[in-house]
Design a protein around this ligand. Structure first.
Ligand SMILES: C[S@@+](CC[C@H](N)C(=O)[O-])C[C@H]1O[C@@H](n2cnc3c(N)ncnc32)[C@H](O)[C@@H]1O
Length: 297
C-alpha cells in the first residue's frame, strides 16, 4: 500500500508539463486552508446548493450557446480550440457555429485514439465541438452520444447535427452523474471542462466506468487544483460555475477515477489561461490548472 506522499509523487511523476507554480501562502491563508482541508472534496453536495448551482451553470451555458461573442470568465471559440491543439483539418469538417461556442479547457483526442466504428459518449457536450470532432474520427459507422443538461446547448447541437448531416450523433438530455446508457456498451468516454462543475464527482466517474466496455477508455480535459480550496471559495456558486470553485486537488481527482475501477495512464498539464482577476488569483494561490488525462478499464 502506498503512503499518501508516495502516491502524490507517483501522480506528479506521471504528469507531463507539471511544475505548476503556486505562490507561498501567508500564515492566515495556511491556517484557513488547513482548517478547511477536511471538507468533502469529491462529493461536495453538503457544501453547495446543487439546485442553485445547476441554475447558474445552465444560465451561463445558455449564454455560451446563444451569444458566443459575449463576455465570459473563460475563453471560447476557434482561436481557443486551435491554441489548445485541435487540428485545423478536423475543425474544418465540423460546424463553425459549434466552434464559436467551444468552451473546452484542453486537448485530449490524441490520448483518446478514436478509431472508425467506435461507440463514444461525450459528457457535457455543449454546442458540440468535441462531439462533432469525435464524430469525424469514428466516421459514419461509429456513434457518438452527447450528454448535456442545458436545453439551449442541446438545441444548438441538434440543429447543427441535422443541418450538417451527422447521422452518427445523438443528443440526450441528462445530468452526467446518472447516465441513461447501458453498462459496458461504450469504447470511449470523453469530456472537456465539465466534471469540475459537478458537485458529486464520484458518481460521474462511477458512471463513466460502468458504461465502458472492458478495455474501454476515459479521455478528458478538466480543471484541477494543486491545493484544496477554502470553504468560502467552494461555496461560491458563481466561482463554481466559472470552473474554479469545483476544482479539487489533482491527487483526489485521480484517486476518484481509480476508485471507480479505471487505471489512469498519462496526465499532462495544458497551456490554458483563465481571464478574470479573481480566477487568476485562484490559479496563483491554489495552483488551479487544466490537465488532460487518459484512463482505461
Ligand atoms: C465547458 S462546457 C463543455 C464544452 C464542450 N465540450 C465543447 O465542446 O464546447 C460545459 C457543458 O457541460 C454541461 N454540464 C455541466 N455540468 C453538467 C452536469 N452535471 N450534467 C450534464 N451537463 C453538465 C453544461 O451545460 C455545458 O454545456
Amino acid at each position: 500500500m502506498q503512503t499518501k506522499t508516495e502516491r502524490a509523487a507517483h501522480i506528479a511523476g506521471r504528469t507531463q508539463g507539471a511544475g505548476r507554480t503556486m505562490r507561498e501562502l501567508t500564515e492566515e491563508e495556511r491556517v484557513e486552508i488547513e482548517r478547511d482541508a477536511g471538507l468533502p472534496q469529491l462529493d461536495a453536495r453538503e457544501l453547495i446548493d446543487a439546485d442553485h448551482l445547476e441554475d447558474a451553470i445552465k444560465e451561463m451555458y445558455t449564454e455560451v450557446a446563444e451569444n458566443p461573442g459575449g463576455d465570459f470568465h473563460f475563453l471560447t471559440g476557434r482561436s481557443l480550440a486551435e491554441s489548445l491543439g485541435y487540428e485545423p483539418a478536423v475543425l474544418a469538417q465540423i460546424p463553425g457555429e459549434a466552434i464559436d461556442s467551444f468552451a473546452g479547457v484542453g486537448f485530449y483526442f490524441d490520448l483518446a485514439g478514436l478509431a472508425e466504428g467506435e461507440e463514444v459518449v461525450d459528457l457535457g457536450s455543449g454546442s458540440g465541438t468535441d462531439l462533432f470532432y469525435a464524430a469525424v474520427q469514428v466516421g459514419a459507422s461509429g456513434h457518438v452520444t452527447g450528454i448535456d443538461m442545458t436545453d439551449a446547448q442541446l438545441a444548438k447541437a441538434r440543429r447543427l447535427r441535422d443541418a450538417h448531416g451527422f447521422a452518427q450523433v445523438e443528443l440526450v438530455e441528462s445530468r452526467i452523474e446518472r447516465l441513461p446508457i447501458e453498462s459496458a456498451s461504450v469504447d470511449c468516454v470523453v469530456s472537456n471542462g465539465v466534471i469540475n462543475l459537478a458537485p458529486d464527482k464520484e458518481s460521474v466517474f462511477r458512471e463513466a466506468a460502468r458504461i465502458l466496455r472492458p478495455g474501454g477508455r476515459l479521455a478528458l480535459a478538466d480543471i484541477v487544483s494543486g491545493r484544496p480550496l477554502v470553504g468560502r471559495t467552494r461555496r461560491n456558486t458563481d466561482l463554481w460555475a466559472a470552473c474554479i470553485g469545483g476544482a479539487v486537488p489533482q491527487e483526489s481527482y485521480v484517486e476518484a477515477i481509480e476508485a471507480a475501477g479505471l487505471t489512469v495512464g498519462e496526465i499532462r498539464e495544458n497551456d490554458y489561461d483563465f481571464l478574470t482577476d479573481r480566477a487568476l488569483q485562484a490559479c496563483d494561490k491554489y495552483g488551479v490548472a487544466s490537465v488532460s488525462l487518459i484512463a482505461s478499464k
